[in-house]
Write a protein that binds this ligand. Structure first.
Ligand code: MG
Length: 179
């Protein structure tokens, strides 16, 4: 999809939904001898989510897994719409869409594997990551440059804000005027 069309698709977005493993994380699952699982998130992605929320776009996650690490990270990022243990991701998507009274055109969904495919097709803006399976690239409207867990979510957040004209205000809040 060309850049101009992507910008048009990003303009009406009111809700960005992210898969967790392979999108908000690298996809690596670390198991200790105690059997505990830990995941690695990127600080840039977290900050991007905070900026996007500040710009007025709602953020949610839908993941098939259920872990305390994700619960904690979502709490830290103040993400209100958290669907964990969602085996049928599309029902979580429909639930959130109904709850926020949105149309598909107002929703961006980003995922990296086959369980995400129906949502990538359904959402107004379907996004995947460079290391996803080729089939994902075929159906997604956009593939980020950065890999999952390494800034891909930040890239999406900035793109949506730029398309909606809200990015400059975020940057200006940090700029020292007159320098
Ligand atoms: Mg995934």
């Amino acid at each position: 999809m060309n850049f101009e069309t992507l910008i048009e698709k990003a303009k009406p977005i009111r809700l960005a939904i992210f898969d967790v493993d392979g999108v908000l994380t690298t996809g690596n699952l670390l198991y200790s001898p105690m059997g505990l699982e830990s995941k690695e998130f990127h600080v840039h992605d977290g900050q991007g989510i905070k900026f996007l929320q500040k710009s007025g776009v709602e953020v949610g996650i839908i993941t098939a897994c259920k872990t305390s690490a994700v619960t904690q990270r979502m709490k830290d990022l103040d993400i209100q719409h958290v669907y964990q243990g969602s085996r049928e991701k599309i029902s979580a998507y429909e639930d959130l869409k109904k709850k926020l009274n949105l149309q598909d055109e107002q929703i961006a969904y980003m995922g990296d594997d086959l369980p995400d495919l129906p949502l990538i097709q359904q959402a107004g803006l379907g996004i995947t990551v460079p290391n996803a399976s080729p089939i994902m690239h075929h159906y997604a409207q956009w593939t980020t440059q950065a890999a999952g867990g390494k800034g891909a979510v930040r890239e999406v957040c900035e793109f949506i804000m730029q398309a909606q004209g809200t990015y400059d205000a975020i940057v200006n809040a940090y700029l020292r005027q007159g320098k």
